[in-house]
Ligand binder design. Structure first.
Ligand SMILES: [Mn+2]
Length: 267
């Protein structure tokens, strides 16, 4: 569809409403759209929703991007917009599924990412300025999308994981442009999670918090066989890192993931 010139949303825009606007702006070519706000349920100038093709209503007005007349808990305004303008995007689908769950008040498995609360809270600060609320939420949605894109990449990389033996139990190693996810490794029963960040060449080894892993002997060994790399042993002895976004290594390891596994297997 052609990008709309005006998007009509409801006052005190919630996460669903803002996500619907965000999808139009980021995926539907509507970067320079004019936003208008009406009481929830109403339409712009009381004209029927969808009567003007350059004006879309999201989450209000009972038009094609409002879900309130449909009474289906698998729908939201964001989901209707996504279906109509984005054909295939796994990260976006994951994200909008959460928006729909939150919008319908269904129990969510994802407690950490409460952007619904953030939108509600901006509406406290900017009660009379819904446009400001949307403006502040857009980068948060960009960040959430980036997170989902990374999760999608990590899931692919995890499917290609290497499993190996350590003195403490199973190890899982992953190489990807985003490093690896120790959560994924632990969930799969690993006690040791290892990754290589293919872009920067950073490497890291993490052990489950409730384990008896001590990475000190490995750190000592690496200090000899990989002496030119900036390996850092965390005081807990459960984290051994050579380069992270927080502390980029000046000298990365020359070892490959396979070579590092061999060192661990020979401990
Ligand atoms: Mn909604």
């Amino acid at each position: 569809m052609e990008p709309p010139s005006t998007i009509v949303a409801h006052l005190a825009p919630d996460l669903d409403c803002i996500a619907a606007i965000w999808i139009f702006m980021r995926f539907g070519g509507a970067q320079d759209v004019t936003l208008r706000f009406v009481p929830a349920g109403a339409t712009l100038d009381n004209l029927p929703a969808d009567s003007d093709p350059s004006v879309v209503h999201v989450d209000t007005g009972h038009g094609r991007f409002d879900h309130h007349q449909r009474h289906v808990s698998t729908l939201s305004a964001a989901e209707l917009v996504r279906r109509s303008i984005v054909s295939h995007d796994v990260a976006l689908e994951r994200m909008v599924r959460q928006v729909t769950i939150i919008d319908n008040g269904l129990p969510s498995e994802r407690s950490g990412c409460d952007l619904g609360m953030l939108a509600d809270s901006f509406n406290i600060l900017y009660e009379d300025n819904p446009e400001r609320v949307v403006e502040l939420m857009l980068p948060a949605l960009d960040a959430w999308y980036a997170h989902e894109v990374r999760q999608t990449h990590m899931a692919h990389a995890f499917a290609e994981r290497i499993e190996f033996h350590t003195p403490w139990g199973r190890g899982i190693a992953v190489e990807s442009p985003y490093g690896g996810s120790s959560m994924m490794a632990y969930r799969a029963g690993a006690v040791l999670s290892m990754y290589r960040h293919s872009g920067h060449g950073w490497m890291g080894i993490a052990a489950q918090a409730r384990s008896n892993v001590d990475l000190r002997p490995l750190a000592d060994k690496l200090a000899v066989i990989d002496a030119n790399a900036d390996w850092y042993l965390h005081p807990s002895h459960r984290l051994l890192l050579c380069g992270t976004a927080k502390a980029p290594a000046k000298r990365i390891s020359r070892l490959s993931l396979r070579e590092l596994i061999e060192v661990i297997e020979l401990l």
